[in-house]
Design a protein around this ligand. Structure first.
Ligand code: FHN
Length: 594
């Protein structure tokens, strides 16, 4: 098992996590290297992130102009001078902030830990700091420290409390990172900033707010390994039990944070976290209404858990201290789902069965949880490669037993007795005896006529020649990050991507390539090969790969493939002749035709 998981990490290292070069290879799996207090984190699965600062008061608008993207970056985006930005504090009066209500919302949502911005890149301290007067107590009419009350209310409900702290970027300070519109970068003394503000403030946070579950660092800047180690050592002694996030830098954190809005597509060992925001922005923007429904949150949470990690979901309260209506509504609905289905999430490990067209799996000893997002048309749910002795299969919420049978090495669960409303987000439990089956990283991707769409993602490609699998990072608006794994580097016929699929029923399947293709790559010929036949296509233009714009993918139907029987097939994609990179291939979609 361990070997297989290490292989997954090798895949990822090829992918290269692209969080602006700030992520490191992560290997803390040996007990000796693990933080002694890491277990609660591994079991928690669901955290609440809160971005709250002066930017919340601005709500995405400055000088009458609306800004899109990440609201906490408005000072940077609008290049607001420090002299004007500090005046925002004069109108920041979050009188509606209610620590008990926030903590109760977290409790109702099934949250196990909370991390809130003590100081974001804007440099404003949301706590009572003796290091600066640019803080909520000294600079605003509010004059109180909301963090004291929130830490207490959160802990009272059994939820771990933690602080986000931007240890390098500080746009308010002449020596802080990345304010280039007020200060000359070449004259900055970052060490002075660490010594005079970051370290003293972190000491305040680690001293005055009780035991912290997490100190969540961000955008580490240019500290060397030795400097980072000294920084960590100086803070650690104050609270040895507190976990430090990987964005402290140089591989010295206690668990790994993936990039913003990034979920790995295969299981990952060790303690890690995916971080998403509920809408598009981390900090409050009045005109950002793109909230994820509870249904989307539940799928995201199950998906992250199925890969072995935690989801920390962010909300952005406004300048008055109100959490957005839809965040409250959908978090509560998520909590209601978790009260019935939490056994399939909390303290689970990644699922032993790779993602299927119907959904994902999580597991604990003796139990495999099937998160059924798409119901098979004929009611027969295929769980491939599950050979353990099964003691029962049942629906999690009401323990309703379900008939099942063996078919070769597979398990087939009959869901026909469940009413239609049993999905979406229905969890079925497979109870079994013996050691958990090993996750088979080389298992073919299931393609079934029972689902409208079967995705065969690039991460499952076997590449040859110069083709490689890569995680591409780009932004939609500003300061937000999206990640898509693609096969890149296909320039000549030797540079191929091959996908092994298991087609579970005979029939016709439309094969659709999903890719991004810039102008220079468009109108080139490619080949799709399956079962000894070659199907030609010519690439269609979508967009350039530009980190600061959406990467546009097209679904390009290439051919109908008639599978005479169920079985294992290989689908290969390659350029027809030497040329520019053919495209960035996100995957293949197989659509059964009825
Ligand atoms: O720049 C920040 C951003 O504003 C936000 O806080 C996210 C949350 O993970 N972290 C940084 C970008 O990765």
């Amino acid at each position: 098992m361990r070997f297989i998981l290490m292989a997954f990490c090798a895949v990822l290292s090829v992918c290269g996590n692209a969080q602006q070069g700030m992520e490191e290879m992560w290997d803390k799996s040996s007990a000796a290297k693990e933080h002694p207090n890491i277990q609660w984190f591994k079991e928690a699965k669901f955290g609440l992130f809160i971005h709250w600062g002066l930017y919340s008061q601005l709500a995405g608008t400055w000088d009458g102009k609306n800004y899109y993207g990440s609201g906490e970056w408005i000072m940077n985006q609008a290049k607001i001078p420090v002299s004007r930005y500090r005046k925002v504090a004069e109108s920041f009066n979050p009188v509606n902030f209610n620590a008990e209500e926030w903590a109760q919302l977290a409790k109702d949502a099934g949250i196990k830990y909370m991390v809130i911005t003590a100081k974001h890149h804007e440099g404003f301290s949301m706590f009572d700091s003796k290091v600066t007067d640019f803080d909520i107590v000294d600079a605003t009419p509010y004059k109180k420290d909301p963090m004291k009350a929130l830490a207490a209310a959160t802990r009272k409900r059994g939820i771990r409390f933690g602080f986000y702290y931007s240890q390098f970027q500080d746009w308010y300070e002449p020596d802080g990172g990345r304010n280039t519109w007020d200060f000359d970068e070449s004259k900055k003394d970052y060490q002075k900033y660490y010594q005079k503000k970051a370290i003293p403030q972190l000491k305040e946070l680690l001293t005055n707010y009780g035991p912290l579950g997490i100190v969540w660092f961000d955008t580490p800047g240019g500290m060397t390994k030795e400097q980072t180690q000294a920084f960590v050592d100086e803070l650690r002694v104050l609270q040895p039990g507190s976990l430090f996030s990987s964005r402290v830098g140089q591989g010295l954190g206690d668990y790994k944070d993936f990039g913003d809005s990034e979920v790995p597509q295969v299981p990952i060992k060790g303690a890690w976290e995916s971080i998403y925001t509920h809408n598009d922005s981390w900090g409050y923007i009045a005109h950002d209404m793109n909230f994820k429904s509870s249904h989307e949150i539940i799928r995201l949470l199950s998906n992250v858990a199925s890969k072995g990690g935690n989801l920390m979901l962010n909300v952005g309260p406004d300048g008055k201290g109100n959490i957005p209506y839809y965040s409250i509504k959908y978090l509560k609905e998520t909590g209601a789902w978790l009260r019935k289905n939490g056994e399939s999430i909390y303290a689970t490990t990644f699922g032993q069965i790779p993602a299927q067209p119907w959904g994902v799996t999580t597991s604990r000893p003796g139990k495999l949880y099937l998160h059924v997002w798409e119901r098979p048309e004929n009611g027969s749910l295929l769980v491939p490669g599950f050979g353990n002795a099964i003691t029962g299969v049942y629906a999690l919420t009401d323990k309703r037993p379900l008939p099942f049978r063996r078919q070769g090495g597979d398990l087939i669960v009959n869901m026909a007795s469940l009413p239609q409303e049993y999905t979406p987000d229905k969890v079925l439990v497979v109870a079994y005896r013996g050691a958990p089956p090993a996750y088979d990283a080389a298992a073919p991707v299931t393609v079934s006529p029972q689902y409208a769409v079967n995705n065969v993602d690039a991460v499952f490609a076997k590449t040859s020649g110069a083709a490689k699998t890569q995680s591409l990072t780009y932004s939609h608006y500003f300061g937000d990050w999206k990640h898509t794994t693609c096969v890149t580097g296909m320039q000549s016929p030797e540079d191929a991507a091959s996908f092994t699929v298991r087609i579970t029923g005979p029939g016709d399947y439309k094969l659709i390539l999903e890719y991004a293709c810039p102008q220079e790559s468009a109108r080139q010929e490619g080949r799709l090969e399956v079962e000894g036949k070659t199907y030609m296509f010519r690439t269609l233009r979508t967009s350039e790969f530009d980190k600061s714009a959406p990467l546009m993918f097209i679904k390009h139907p290439v051919t109908i493939f008639s599978a005479k029987s169920a079985g294992i097939y290989t689908i290969t994609v390659r350029p027809y002749r030497q040329g520019k990179e053919l495209f960035k291939l996100k995957g293949i979609i197989a659509e059964p035709l009825k």
